[in-house]
Design a protein around this ligand. Structure first.
Ligand code: FMN
Length: 241
């Protein structure tokens, strides 16, 4: 792929808020977008995310209400909900361990290989474990304080840190998805303007799950681009250090 092609994709992707509901919509574009989204970089390859591809009109209508009637949701040909699943950490750590076991089967483990196992056996529980009373937060805060006293140490202490961690990866997946659609001539609009409790109820998600964003997809109408694409000057946000 040429650099110019990538630039075209970047320029093509705008947040489009009005879609042509009558335009032919090729669902396979969404399928490919999701297949690419799962290949996004994600923290420790824990993949604590889920993607809900909304195919039912009833669910679409309910989500539009949860998005407070936003036109992007209402007129979208389809919606995809990007969800974090912090609660799946044990399952995903096990999955990673099983992969390591397969990879190293019959092989004498080097200290580097052993560290890979420790990563999922010891570090992941330390980082992701949570409980309703905050005992793990307390324990982590103490460990972080002592371990990080005289050397760099991962500053994951509380549930806020854990939530940020899972949302980062999920947002990257959403971005991959949007770029994928843009690369195939489709439009999207990421949304965080919604009632998250309602969205979770509609999708029957447990309370620990969180909605990173809902992405509207379709063929945008020209009036769906509300304004010129403006950004603060680069020197306000890009620093050479
Ligand atoms: C996390 C996130 C949440 C957003 N939420 C909404 C939203 O609820 N409704 C909306 O119309 N646009 C939403 N946007 C779109 C932004 O307003 C838009 O990306 C920004 O104005 C820049 O415009 P551009 O995407 O066309 O470059 C959201 C974007 C992001 C990244």
């Amino acid at each position: 792929m040429q650099i110019q092609d990538f630039d075209k994709i970047i320029q093509k992707r705008r947040s489009v808020r009005v879609y042509d509901e009558t335009a032919p919509f090729d669902e396979s574009v969404v399928k490919r977008g999701l297949d690419r989204a799962v290949l996004s970089p994600n923290s420790s390859n824990m993949q604590l995310w889920e993607f809900y591809w909304v195919k039912s009109q009833e669910v679409h209508d309910s989500l539009t209400k949860a998005c407070m009637g936003q036109s992007a949701a209402k007129t979208a040909n389809q919606l995809v909900v990007f969800v974090t699943r912090q609660d799946k950490w044990k399952e995903r750590a096990k999955w990673n361990l099983a992969n390591l076991e397969k990879q190293f089967e019959g092989k004498e483990l080097t200290s580097r290989d052993k560290r890979a196992f420790d990563y999922y056996r010891k570090l992941m529980p330390l980082v992701y474990r949570y409980d309703p009373f905050g005992l793990n937060t307390l324990l982590r805060t103490i460990i972080v304080f002592f371990m990080g006293f005289s050397k760099p140490f991962l500053r994951i202490r509380n549930n806020g840190d854990q939530r940020v961690m899972t949302h980062k990866s999920c947002a990257l997946a959403a971005q991959t998805f949007m770029m994928s659609l843009a690369s195939e001539g489709y439009d999207t609009c990421p949304m965080e303007g919604f009632d998250s409790d309602l969205v979770k109820k509609i999708l029957k998600l447990p309370s620990i799950a969180e909605i990173t964003m809902i992405v509207a997809c379709g063929i945008g109408k020209p009036e769906g681009i509300y304004s010129e694409r403006l950004r603060v000057p680069n020197e306000k946000v890009i620093f050479e250090v």
